[in-house]
Design a protein around this ligand. Structure first.
Ligand SMILES: [Fe+2]
Ligand SMILES: [Fe+2]
Length: 366
């Protein structure tokens, strides 16, 4: 790509990358794109992005383009060593137009990689005052010196890379937190009664297996997973005096077996991510023939996830209350499905469940 600061081509390229920041979820792909653009825009032979390993006080390569990129990616640079190490230590940009004249340049990294560094531009990647890593471009193809304009362009690209890395880390932290909280909630439901041992995880597992067989789309599939894990969370709420008194008006109008459903919905309704799971939970005791609760819905008026959960609840009841396991449980489950098809259960869901129970003589129990 020809460099043409006057017509704003560089700015346009950077803006396009900035736009991609939120839409491209694959961090490696985005960093590769930023590295390629930097290399091309600054007319250089190679570019790299190194990240700080705070514990080891060193930089490791997240990206290395150019002829020796794959060799460089295996290298580790201690903070304080070489130019990149100096940039990490001082959090300052460095322009070296002739490495032979710079005492900070550590030639042994070139020896190890086989790359000959003549020039480099290195900038610290900083997010909210914290050093994330160092970005570098190496060797101008036409041997011209790096200019102030080059420093500005490369700093913008390095800032984009820093933002992408920081976003990804934040997302990973949130995902990690969320999956652990979900697991803890499942365990808390089990703790309410010995009868509920493994019930949330078994329910989520079988409900998701049935949903997959029925070709349920990703968002609905996730809602069925959440509903499988959390549909009985109301049993915890029913043991909490404050929650019971807050919901007393609703609870007093319901027969005891319906109360846990209303409480589950009450406990989860403020959490945006569970919004799609609520109809599945609310209607998981409806029956296909319309004789269930709470709304006496029938047939396809019952959300598909709730029809699936209804069936799984009945099979889990066999395991939990009748104390069945292994082949005996599987045979009884099949009979239950046959008897309930079209009355308790959606026949299409029954077929999917029968297929799962038929596969490899397995039950759904962990
Ligand atoms: Fe349940
Ligand atoms: Fe239930």
């Amino acid at each position: 790509m020809a460099r043409n600061p006057e017509n704003g081509a560089d700015a346009l390229e950077i803006l396009t990358l900035a736009g991609n920041l939120t839409s491209i979820m694959d961090l490696d792909f985005l960093l590769q794109r930023i590295g390629d653009v930097a290399q091309s825009m600054l007319n250089c032979e190679a570019s790299s992005i190194m990240l700080l390993d705070e514990e080891r006080k060193s930089l490791y390569f997240k990206l290395a383009t150019g002829a020796k990129g794959s060799v460089m990616k295996k290298m580790v640079i201690p903070v304080g060593q070489g130019i990149a190490g100096w940039v990490a230590e001082h959090k300052e940009t460095v322009v070296v137009n002739d490495t032979k004249k710079d005492p900070r340049f550590a030639g042994h990294f070139d020896k190890a990689s086989g790359f000959v560094t003549r020039q480099l531009l290195a900038v610290p990647m900083i997010m909210k005052g914290e050093l994330i890593g160092v970005a570098e471009v190496l060797n101008r193809r036409d041997n011209s010196e790096f200019t102030d304009y080059d420093v500005k362009v490369f700093t913008s690209l390095a800032n984009l890379a820093a933002a992408a890395i920081s976003n990804t880390r934040q997302m990973q932290t949130q995902k990690n937190f969320f999956s652990h909280v979900l697991e803890m909630l499942g365990e808390s439901i089990e703790a309410v009664s010995p009868k509920l041992d493994s019930h949330p995880a078994n329910t989520a597992y079988l409900a998701c297996a049935i949903a997959r067989k029925l070709g349920v789309e990703d968002a609905d599939y996730r809602n069925i997973y959440y509903a499988g894990l959390l549909h009985d969370i109301g049993y915890i709420g029913l043991k909490n005096r404050r929650l019971v008194s807050e919901a007393s008006l609703v609870l007093s109008s319901l027969p005891p077996e319906e109360q846990h459903v209303a409480m589950s919905v009450k406990m989860l309704e403020g959490i945006l991510i569970f919004r799609g799971a609520l109809p599945v939970i609310r209607h998981h005791h409806e029956k296909f023939d319309g004789s269930g609760y709470p709304a006496k819905l029938s047939g396809e008026a019952i959300p598909l996830g709730a029809r699936i959960l209804r069936l799984v609840e009945s099979l889990e009841e066999l395991r939990m209350s009748a104390g069945l396991s292994g082949d005996e449980l599987r045979q009884r489950a099949k009979a239950e499905l046959g008897n309930g098809s079209g009355k308790l259960f959606d026949p299409r869901v029954v077929q999917a469940a029968l297929q799962i129970l038929g596969d490899d003589n397995k039950t759904w129990v962990f």
